[in-house]
Design a binder for this molecule. Structure first.
Ligand code: HEC
Length: 136
């Protein structure tokens, strides 16, 4: 656990230094994919967002346009139907890699619940690990 937190802090440091430009965001995304080479240990929606998602979607979830287009998750009406972000995260979509093998059902549920209740989104219904499992 201690090690996990430290590793998270290192990844966060990289994110902050590279978040300014979209090119950096893409590097960060690829790095996040390669690092570890197995399931992520991050626990809780915020930790997962910070370590896995914000490299592309930006710390404030505003998205970015540069080397690629990273849609904003902030104030995103497409998050209203919870099954949509669950599907995008577990299966990937176009330029977004799939995280189905890197995040377990609980982790996917946690990060979906996090983005749906932060960044100007206020969708109250919660996704459960069983909901995620059903969409795999
Ligand atoms: C390597 C970069 C990258 C990473 C890392 C990444 N995404 Fe994405 N994401 C994208 C791109 C690119 C798209 C647009 C896909 C498309 O064109 O449909 C996207 C789309 C999405 C969408 C759909 C948004 C919409 O308006 O249709 C959601 C939801 C989403 N991502 C959530 C996440 C979450 C949660 C994480 C972390 C677990 C994450 N993403 C990590 C690049 C990334």
């Amino acid at each position: 656990m201690k090690f996990g937190l430290m590793a998270g802090a290192v990844v966060l440091g990289l994110c902050v230094s590279s978040a300014a430009i979209a090119d950096g965001a893409q590097d960060m995304g690829a790095g996040a994919m390669n690092r570890g080479g197995g399931p992520y240990s991050f626990q809780g929606g915020q930790a997962i967002f910070t370590n896995v998602c914000q490299g592309c979607h930006m710390p404030n979830a505003q998205g970015a346009v540069g080397a690629g287009t990273y849609p904003a998750l902030a104030k995103n009406a497409k998050l209203e139907v919870a099954g949509y972000p669950v599907a995008v995260i577990t299966h990937g979509q176009k330029a977004m890699p799939s995280f189905g093998n890197l995040l377990n059902d609980q982790q996917v549920a946690d990060v979906v619940n996090y983005i749906r209740t932060h960044f100007g989104n206020a969708y109250k219904d919660k996704v459960s690990p069983a909901d995620v499992k059903a969409q795999r």
